[in-house]
Design a protein around this ligand. Structure first.
Ligand SMILES: *Cc1c(COP(=O)(O)O)cnc(C)c1O
Length: 394
């Protein structure tokens, strides 16, 4: 064997005897087969074994199995992002002429999917009021194939009555998909409450360190799983083993991180709800929140993400206060170690229930900093708004 050949075909060191606590990462495209026949039959291994790394590798299968287990589903499909998980569900369960029901408070890029991609394919979307469970049954048409639930709603945090929606859907043979990113599979189990599919933006709590983009869809049964997997094959969706490895590492600390973030968030939300610059705190874990009773019934915890509606103040004063925060950095996404603040204006992304509040809405994602430091940071920021308001009035 010449050196050039040895570089490629050198004896592989055995790796089975490297017992570690962490999952292996196999970087691969090709899977090799021992015989001509096994190669020709490789597609039989599409769902369960390995045929080509685009369709699964040890790290993706490990992550899918762990998340499916937490979601109490049968199997899961890992995809490149939370948004691609949403699009995968839409494309797997909807075709031209079909109709889909979506909550008015849906993650806004998902609204763009409905108005753009789905509309172009001849799939019609109707938005419904997340607070009016009864309206969902009335909006189901013969061509309705899919109902989305996202609880709590993006930015405005409405808790939906999933069991009631799932019962109405079941009666009419309609599939129910839930975006379960906010609660994570630890605090909410949509598949046990009647949903058929549960979506996780793994980029958020499961990844947990703001260092990866990944999504997973969990199916309640094997038929749904195969439908997802077939569509994901047609779309050519694959995931990196390194990203899956990071997500697996995130899973190990998920419960400790969420417990701490949840505890801090409740403390901070309670403090904010009594602050004179704050109109209202939108957080279902607060007893004063309209979603509290449903949240208590259907969730076992609240993550550290909630919104704050400020009393009306000048846009400049609000921007200066947000920019002056030291620990809350301005940015999208959430669920990481760092606290984040995201100003939002729901007016342009609500079509059923217009958003009419005058004050600025901001979403906070509570990280793992000490809650007292976070409160002191917010106190300084809110004081600048109060001072600006006083200056304006006098
Ligand atoms: C962030 C988010 C998504 C999208 O996840 P990406 O991985 O960023 O594409 C979907 N749903 C919800 C509720 C989210 O917060």
């Amino acid at each position: 064997m010449r050196e050039e050949t040895r570089l490629i075909h050198g004896d592989a060191r055995p790796h089975a005897d490297f017992p570690t606590l962490t999952a292996p990462v196999h970087r691969a495209s090709t899977i090799v087969f021992p015989t001509v026949q096994s190669f020709l039959d490789r597609h039989q291994q599409f769902y369960d074994g390995y045929s080509y790394a685009l369709y699964g590798h040890p790290a993706s299968r490990e992550l899918e199995a762990r998340i499916a287990d937490l979601e109490e589903g049968v199997r899961a499909v890992a995809v490149p992002s939370g948004l691609s998980a949403i699009t995968l569900v839409n494309l797997a369960f909807l075709e031209s002429g079909d109709h889909v029901l979506v909550p008015d408070t849906v993650y806004s890029p998902a609204r763009n999917v409905c108005g753009g991609l789905l509309s172009g394919l001849g799939i019609e979307t109707t938005y419904y009021d997340p607070n009016e469970t009864g309206c969902v049954a009335d909006l189901i048409r013969p061509e309705t194939r899919l109902i989305w639930v996202e609880s709590p709603g993006s930015m405005t945090m409405e808790i939906q009555d999933l069991p009631a929606i799932a019962a109405a859907a079941r009666a009419r043979g309609v599939t129910v998909a839930v975006d379960n990113t906010w609660a994570s599979p630890l605090f909410h189990k949509p598949l046990t409450l009647g949903a058929d599919l549960s979506v996780q933006a793994v980029s958020k709590h499961i990844g947990g360190h703001a260092d990866l983009i990944l999504g997973v869809v969990t199916a309640a049964d094997e038929t749904i799983f195969r439908k997802l997997k077939d569509t994901s094959r047609n779309l050519g969706l694959g995931v990196s083993p390194d990203d899956c490895w990071l997500a697996l590492r995130g899973l190990g600390t998920l419960s400790a991180r969420l417990a701490r973030q949840s505890e801090s968030a409740l403390q901070i939300a309670t403090w904010l709800s009594e602050h004179p610059a704050v109109e209202r705190v939108l957080y279902p874990a607060l007893a004063s929140d309209p979603g509290y009773a449903l949240w208590r019934r259907d969730f076992t915890g609240a993550s550290g993400v909630f919104s704050v509606l400020l009393r009306p103040a000048s846009a400049d004063a609000v921007a200066a206060a947000i920019e002056g925060l030291r620990f809350f950095r301005i940015g999208a996404s959430w669920g990481g170690l760092h606290s984040l603040v995201a100003p939002s204006d729901p007016r342009g992304i609500r079509t059923v229930q217009p958003w009419t509040a005058d004050g600025q809405l901001v979403r906070l994602s509570i990280g793992l900093e000490h809650p007292d430091d976070l409160i002191a940071d917010l106190e300084r920021g809110l004081a600048t708004i109060t001072e600006a308001n006083i200056a304006e009035v006098s």
